[in-house]
Design a binder for this molecule. Structure first.
Ligand code: FES
Ligand code: FE
Length: 373
């Protein structure tokens, strides 16, 4: 698969089959989602020992849980006996161990095989060897990131470094103290579109003037359609009349104390490849994680994070959440309108990136290199 050549000022997009061909998606599962660090769950969801969540990472179901010593562990969610899916729930809590619903093999919170019916009749079974398969884990920004690769790429370079590069250092993101913020609201979107349409949409603001009336009210520089999310490393300035990042521009919530003077009244958008988008505003952080489920389906889990006392006090975060919830709906509607057209003859050779979308071309080049295309 190649990209068509256009006149030098225009860049072709990927061709339609990148969004519709299940074999492209299979290659992405293997070479992108199973090979890179993948942001899986908010660590606070795993409240105590035995709390767990299961998530889809590439082709694998991954079980993430808190073990007895308080650390977070991740395993392939597959019983080593005959391969049944171990935890069938999306989240929950076990007391002491995970028990397979098929023949009741039982695994400790550290993944070790601890019991199996009649196991005394096979005393030589290695309980570590037949324990759950470990998955690499890191915690950063209050999230658990997992990597299915045998030897994971550098988290410092690929994740932390990528964010620092976008913001001009690690300090700008550290100022928001994201580890210590609390989830004030979570909304999960089941989007009938390829994950790349969602990323490409997030990376540009050419569409802002057309589909985001509320956002362009708050961030007037988005109204001319030129501001690309990618280029707002400097932060997009709030409109003069705007009091806070809320649906009507009214007062927001308590400002995060670490936010620097130059970050105040500004909005930053960051993409962390392959599946995270973060928005930073003075009083909250909006953290999106994509779970690509099929070539034409992506689940997006979005957290609105506030200072702990804001969440504990039961303060009304509705107007604050509503702004980006609308933006999400507007964006995902656009992606869902685009997905069916990807299989049209009209898009067989792809479309065009206008100058303010050129950086999406870098994403395509990066992806094609990963896929070895
Ligand atoms: Fe799990 Fe048999 S498959 S105990
Ligand atoms: Fe948008």
């Amino acid at each position: 698969m190649s990209r068509t050549s256009l006149s030098p000022s225009l860049i072709a997009t990927l061709s339609g089959e990148y969004y519709t061909d299940p074999s492209v998606f299979a290659a992405e599962q293997e070479r992108v989602f199973e090979a890179m660090w993948f942001c899986a769950v908010r660590a606070s969801e795993l409240a105590g020992p035995g709390a767990f969540r299961t998530v889809q990472v590439g082709r694998e179901s991954v079980l993430i849980s808190r073990s007895r010593d308080g650390s977070v562990r991740a395993f392939l969610n597959i019983c080593r006996h005959r391969g049944a899916k171990l935890c069938t729930e999306e989240s929950g809590e076990v007391k002491r161990a995970f028990q397979c619903p098929y023949h009741a093999w039982t695994y400790g919170l550290d993944g070790k095989l601890v019991a199996a019916p009649n196991l005394t009749s096979m005393p030589d079974i290695d309980r570590v060897e037949y324990g759950l398969v470990n998955v690499h884990v890191r915690e950063w920004l209050g999230y658990v990131w997992v990597c299915l690769a045998q030897t994971p790429p550098s988290f410092e370079a690929d994740v932390i470094g990528a964010v620092a590069e976008r913001l001009g250092g690690a300090e700008p993101i550290e100022n928001y103290g994201i580890d210590d913020l609390r989830v004030g609201r979570r909304i999960t979107y089941d989007v009938k579109a390829n994950w790349k349409l969602i990323i490409e949409n997030f990376m540009e603001c050419y569409h802002c003037a057309t589909i985001h009336p509320e956002l362009t009210e708050v961030l007037p520089e988005f109204a001319d359609g030129f501001a690309a999310q990618y280029y707002v490393g400097h932060g997009a300035r709030f409109g003069e009349e705007v009091k806070g990042f809320t649906v009507d521009g009214g007062e927001g919530l308590d400002r995060i104390p670490g936010v620097a003077q130059e970050q105040d009244r500004r909005y930053y958008a960051i993409t962390v490849r392959p599946q995270v988008f973060v928005n930073l505003v003075p009083d909250h952080v909006i953290f999106h994680r994509m779970y690509p489920m099929a070539h034409d389906r992506t689940v997006v889990e979005c957290d609105w994070l506030y200072l702990p006392h804001v969440v504990e006090s039961g303060k009304d975060v509705d107007r604050s959440v509503e702004l980006f919830h609308r933006v999400n709906q507007q964006d995902f509607d656009a992606c869902e309108r685009t997905q069916p057209a990807m299989s049209s003859r009209a898009y067989a050779k792809g479309g065009v990136l206008v100058p303010s979308e050129h950086h999406i071309g870098e994403f395509h080049t990066w992806l094609q290199a990963r896929l070895g295309a």
